[in-house]
Design a protein around this ligand. Structure first.
Ligand code: PBG
Length: 341
């Protein structure tokens, strides 16, 4: 007897709509998929240090700090996997960190040397995205200049414009201010344009939250010890707010941002969605270090399946509205997608 239920009034017509029909076969699920995760959506964040040997980051399984040569090789790997761009984060020797973070504007600092090596090896075949913020360079670990316990806005912006110019001169195609100072996108745009870098794009960390999920990153770049018990709540956004995130994004677009970013991703899927639908801008999301560490830790404890959780988390970020996702999973995902497994 067939399983079909139904009263006398609607013989064979209950329920009239069966959404499970489209879920019945893998090929059909694939045909009706509304969102896809492709290698073209991925940006791979990398940590560069000034040592010859790679150094594992304990809180981020599978992630190491690499030498400049190691980064050049990683970029080759990214290219062969089809990952369009990498994002660079320098681990600065503590002896070079100062109150004013002045090493950030040195054209021969680690990240500038790394960018030059990358451009020499790879030309324009891979995107190089460089963070604009002072936290790798300051002895207090803040993204801006600190005076009397306050982060100075306009004085910081002035330094950031010089940092952005140094990075652009070294050859990065995208600068990504992650500092959350007011007015920095406009100031950086003007400074780049005034110095012949009108082709360098700005990816603005527009809605960036003061988040506990940056913990592993701060230990990876070595700013955790500098920051100590301090927090970044006077410049990064409160997780309570999303209207404010839209105002941040609107300002950055008005100031000349080419792409906008929401960060973290998994705790701000609603913000990603609002930003994408409100502005129709290229919208990126950062699956941050804590999100990566959390998935790895749960998988290592046998609590969830690493591959499935990784793919689901990234697909969900795409579904929320992100065009591209910065993720430490990038090479692993790219390999999985290529092998179809
Ligand atoms: C610093 C910066 C941070 C991240 C990217 N750029 C940390 C912070 O704001 O304290 C976090 C990335 C991650 O957690 O993966 N300006």
């Amino acid at each position: 007897m067939n399983e079909r239920a139904g009263g006398e009034a609607f013989p064979g017509r209950f329920p009239a709509t069966r959404l499970r029909r489209n879920r019945r076969h893998a090929w059909l699920r694939s045909l009706v998929a509304e969102t896809r995760l492709s290698v073209e959506n991925l940006i791979w964040p990398l940590f560069v240090h000034d040592l010859a040997e790679p150094e594992a980051v304990p809180a981020m399984p599978g992630v190491s700090r690499l030498s400049i040569e190691g980064i050049v090789d990683a970029a080759a790997e990214a290219r062969s996997l089809g990952i369009p761009a990498i994002a660079l984060f320098p681990v600065i020797d503590p002896s070079l960190k100062t109150l004013d973070g002045s090493h950030a504007v040195d054209p021969d600092n680690l990240v500038c040397r790394c960018v030059r090596a990358l451009r020499q090896a790879h030309g324009n075949e891979i995107g190089i995205i460089c963070d604009v913020a002072l936290d790798p360079y300051t002895s207090h670990g803040h993204d801006g200049l600190l005076a009397d316990g306050q982060i100075l806005n306009d004085a910081t912006v002035e330094v950031l414009t010089r940092q952005a110019r140094a990075l652009a001169a070294a050859g990065c195609q995208v600068v990504a201010p992650s500092d959350m100072m007011d007015g920095r996108v406009g100031a950086i745009r003007a400074a780049l344009d005034a110095h012949g870098h009108d082709d360098v794009a700005i990816l603005s960390y527009a809605a960036k939250f003061a988040s506990a999920f940056y913990g592993p990153f701060r230990s990876a770049v070595g700013s955790a010890a500098n920051l100590g018990a301090a927090d970044k709540k006077t410049y990064q956004m409160s997780p309570a707010n999303s209207d404010e995130g839209l105002r941040e994004v609107a300002l950055d677009i008005a100031e000349g941002a080419d792409m906008v970013m929401v960060k973290p991703a998994m705790t701000a899927l609603d913000v990603i969605h609002r930003v994408k639908t409100s502005f129709g801008m290229p919208t990126f999301a950062y699956q941050v270090s804590g999100e990566y560490a959390m998935i790895h830790a749960a998988a290592a404890a046998g609590m969830l399946d690493l591959k499935a959780a990784m793919l689901e988390s990234l697909l969900s970020i795409r579904r929320a509205g992100a065009d591209a996702v910065l993720t430490y999973f990038a090479p692993t995902v790219a390999e999985r997608l290529a092998s179809g497994s």
